[in-house]
Design a protein around this ligand. Structure first.
Ligand code: ADP
Length: 319
């Protein structure tokens, strides 16, 4: 192993830069050359590739987004696209690849692995929906962004005695909604992992009204339905008026938290260690604050597990 490549792919997440920095610096530390592949799999196909020095990743540890930029690249889902990508890796004599991204990007890494090329996946997404790790890079920052917004919404909710619905990201995973709901003190949390029960939501809201509650915050994960749709359902069932706040893409931006910078630095470095040890086809992660790695093909077949204890606790504390 003489040259290592790194790319970021799919939805950007705060902390991706810290991970790129870790891969590049760790590679150089061990005497390897590091190559940045720009625009994800798109740049892999077109050969948008540049050598990176230790200084190329200076001053980025605190920056959101990704200096390598990201892209969605449907072409890489075809055998033809993957072949073109591998040809570029051969042309640049890159011996191993680190892919930082979400589950779509992992499927790309799996395809590369199945073609016999050494590749390691690093989980980078605010959705926290990658199997084989308790946390993904970007989740903690997005969580803090959502909580900051919910705290602000709470101020106006209590001043004006209003009920708010906050729609948060997470694709088909409820982690962001659940954690933000518990940490932000939401009265109700609606996540895709639990079939929606409008009757119990109705009872809960009306009970709150009865005991004199003047305002409430309901967090709805985008994977269930839109905040506006949910507001209509609440109105239909209870007559309660709600205001809707859709947080949108602000959740993906911002300077990564210390937790995400630490996670990104550790996982990025571990990915290089694995490639150095001749272990391609792995997905790195963190469990109980220990770094772990799994076969990437197996990891992708595991279901993502939401922490049900936290879900139960959120219900107990929001009575
Ligand atoms: P994320 O990685 O955030 O989940 P996407 O789902 O958009 O984002 O995936 C990012 C990219 O990964 C896609 O644009 C595509 O290039 C690649 N990809 C997704 N699925 C596959 C697949 N089945 N095989 C090969 N590449 C894939």
């Amino acid at each position: 192993m003489k040259r290592i490549g790194v790319l970021t792919s799919g939805g950007d997440a705060p902390g991706m830069n810290a991970a790129v920095r870790a891969v590049v610096r760790k590679a150089i530390y061990h005497g390897l050359e590091a190559y940045g592949i720009y625009q994800g799999y798109q740049g892999l196909i077109t050969g948008n590739i540049q050598q990176m020095e230790a200084g190329s990743v200076g001053d980025i540890i605190h920056r959101g987004g990704t200096i390598l930029r990201s892209a969605r690249c449907p072409e890489f889902q075809s055998a033809e696209g993957q072949k073109k990508g591998l040809e570029q890796l051969e042309k640049y004599e890159i011996d191993g690849l680190v892919v930082i991204g979400g589950d779509g990007s992992y499927r790309g890494a799996k395809a590369i692995t199945e073609l016999g090329y050494p590749c390691v996946g690093v989980p980078g997404t605010i959705d926290n929906d990658i199997p084989g790790t308790e946390f993904t890079i970007g989740f903690d920052t997005a969580l803090n962004t959502v909580i900051d917004a919910v705290d602000k919404i709470r101020d106006t909710a209590s001043s004006h005695e209003r009920n708010f619905i906050v729609e948060v990201m997470g694709r088909n995973a409820g982690d962001l909604a659940l954690w933000a709901g518990l940490a932000g003190g939401a009265e109700t949390i609606v996540i895709p992992e639990d079939p929606i029960d409008m009757e119990s939501i109705k009872v809960r809201l009306l009970k709150g009204l009865e005991r004199g509650k003047k305002h409430s915050i309901i967090i709805v994960a985008e994977g269930v339905m839109s905040g506006n749709e949910f507001a209509e359902k609440v109105k239909e069932l209870t007559g309660i008026e709600t205001r809707v706040s859709v947080l949108g893409h602000m959740q993906r931006g911002g300077s990564p938290t210390a937790v995400d910078r630490m996670l990104a630095s550790r996982l990025g470095a571990r990915a290089v260690e694995l490639l150095l040890a001749g272990k391609g086809g792995r997905a790195v992660g963190i469990e109980r604050n220990e770094l772990v790695d799994y076969d990437i093909i197996e990891a992708l077949s595991l279901p993502h597990k939401l922490d049900l204890d936290i879900y139960r606790l959120s219900k107990e504390l929001s009575i």
